[in-house]
Design a protein around this ligand. Sequence first.
Ligand code: 8X3
Length: 248
Amino acid sequence: MNKIACVTGASSGIGRATALALASVGYSLILCGRRMERLEELQLEITTPSVCLQFDVKNQPTVQDAFDSLTEEWKSIDVLINNAGNAHGLEPIDQGEIDDWDEMIDVNVKGLLYVSKAVIPGMKARNKGHVVNLSSIAGKMTYANGAVYCASKAAVEALSNGMRLDLNPYNIKVSNIAPGAVNTEFSLVRFKGDQERADSVYKGFEPLYAENVADAIKYVVTAPVNVHISDLTILAGAQAAATVIHKG
Ligand code: 8X3
């Protein structure tokens, strides 16, 4: 068996592109997501061995059951890409929806923990592994109207730092990836299907594409054993900070 990479949120965006990028350098793939048909479509594009796991990262028992259902061979995960995440809403703190807050904290923070809890013990037992957590520029700089999303990503940053310390004695690398403006379904989800508003986020400049972030993750994962990329921020070419983008 090739090395095994497990990608959450593999059905679209950065997760999908990362699965394809890692397959292109020979990784076998565990594709995780909520939408089985999308995972199976992706599986058809992947030439290395792959399996699909359907679960919602918010639901801890189903996360654990899914990983428990893997055969022994597939349980030997070398690389975990904690990509599943989302943003819901963009408004002042007093106007935020409780359901939106729950969704962001449950998926971005608790979901990442649930998946990590299911995978890291095996890495520790095998004394090797690599965890890649998808944070955001929003985790490094809070912007107006984004307090809860930014807080959830700041939590990812703290978790990456804590994991790196705790897992260091077990030869497990932990990389934190912080993308800026990436043109995926991110804004469409944030704005609850308002395509026009989502499109306006990426107007007037060339944003990052999921493949750009996937390329960086591929480098992070395949870097020599003596190289540990602990933290990588990737902005769009015209971007200087979370909300500073030179347009026009
Ligand atoms: C996505 C980047 O700046 O829209 O995490 O929050 S940003």
